[in-house]
Design a protein around this ligand. Structure first.
Ligand code: ADP
Length: 266
């Protein structure tokens, strides 16, 4: 609801009361507004790399191509920006598929502990190459869950790659799994000792394109869609995802899914 007050002026110039206009900002208007913002965001996100590519290609055409070292550098920037644009378009296509068709899961009985071990294998080397230690903690007995392993791998990839992107050299990442037998939930957490997220941004951090520092995210190859996608994929499994963070100290993202036989947690 929006309220507008306009003071009534009488001919004499004396104030003669107030008109209050009450406007119902309907759900439809809100959705339309969201859609407009989304299109503006997408256009902006695509224009940024395109502008960069254009200026580097122009410099090459204008003669930089004759300098072997310079042209190598410029072509590399062009390649990196093109790759990021491809990632962005792929993420967008995935989200638009979610919106139009929902998320199709191919569920099987899986051992999430094993899934985490594979994820650790995929990322430990990259993490350690960047001077970030990587640890994995899994309890002995982990019940099987009915879930889509490819989809959960994507969730883990998005969250672990964020932990690596936003943790400086010398930091640590911990991947953990814990169980709540009473609620029959498996909790997976990804903790880092990285740059953290200011409190005021936490509430909106799962929104599409919401980022603390756009320039930093872009320079790390980010698209601003990783957390939004992760949340949709966890929700599709009937679970929940949450984030806790301390600015300059670190971040923990935790998600759970249910291990009830039917796998429908909510
Ligand atoms: P991006 O591609 O920008 O990383 P995400 O949707 O994955 O997009 O994340 C959104 C924003 O949340 C990031 O730009 C960053 O500001 C913040 N963020 C996500 N994960 C972390 C983390 N582990 N540490 C600090 N900031 C994070």
């Amino acid at each position: 609801l929006s309220v507008n007050f306009t003071p009534l002026q009488q001919n004499s110039g004396k104030k003669g009361g107030i008109i209050a206009v009450l406007q119902d900002v309907t759900e439809q208007q809100r959705l339309e507004q969201q859609r407009r913002e989304f299109v503006a965001n997408v256009s902006h996100e695509l224009r940024t790399p395109l502008t960069t590519i254009k200026s580097y290609v122009e410099a090459l055409v204008d003669g930089a191509v004759d300098d072997a070292e310079l042209s190598n550098r410029f072509l590399r920037v062009t390649m990196t920006e093109t790759e990021r644009m491809i990632r962005l378009v792929n993420d967008l296509l995935q989200l638009s598929r979610f919106d139009s068709q929902g998320i199709r899961l191919h569920k099987k009985e899986i051992d999430i502990g094993r899934l985490l071990k594979y994820a650790a294998d995929r990322f430990a080397m990259q993490s350690e190459q960047q001077g970030i230690s990587f640890a994995l903690e899994i309890p002995k007995e982990v019940p099987h869950v009915l879930a889509d392993p490819d989809v959960l791998n994507q969730v883990l990839d998005n969250l672990i790659s964020n932990a690596i992107k936003y943790t400086p050299e010398g930091g640590a990442i911990q991947l953990g799994l814990s169980l709540n037998w009473q609620q029959k939930r498996i909790y997976v957490s990804i903790s880092d000792t990285g740059i953290g997220i200011p409190k005021r941004d936490l509430k909106r951090i799962f929104e599409r394109f919401y980022r603390v520092d756009k320039a930093r995210s872009r320079s790390q190859g980010g698209t601003g869609l990783g957390l939004a996608i992760a949340r949709e994929l966890v929700h599709a499994h009937g679970g929940e995802i949450a984030i806790e963070s301390e600015w300059n100290e670190g971040t923990t993202v935790t998600f759970w899914i249910s291990f009830e036989k039917r796998g429908e947690g909510r």
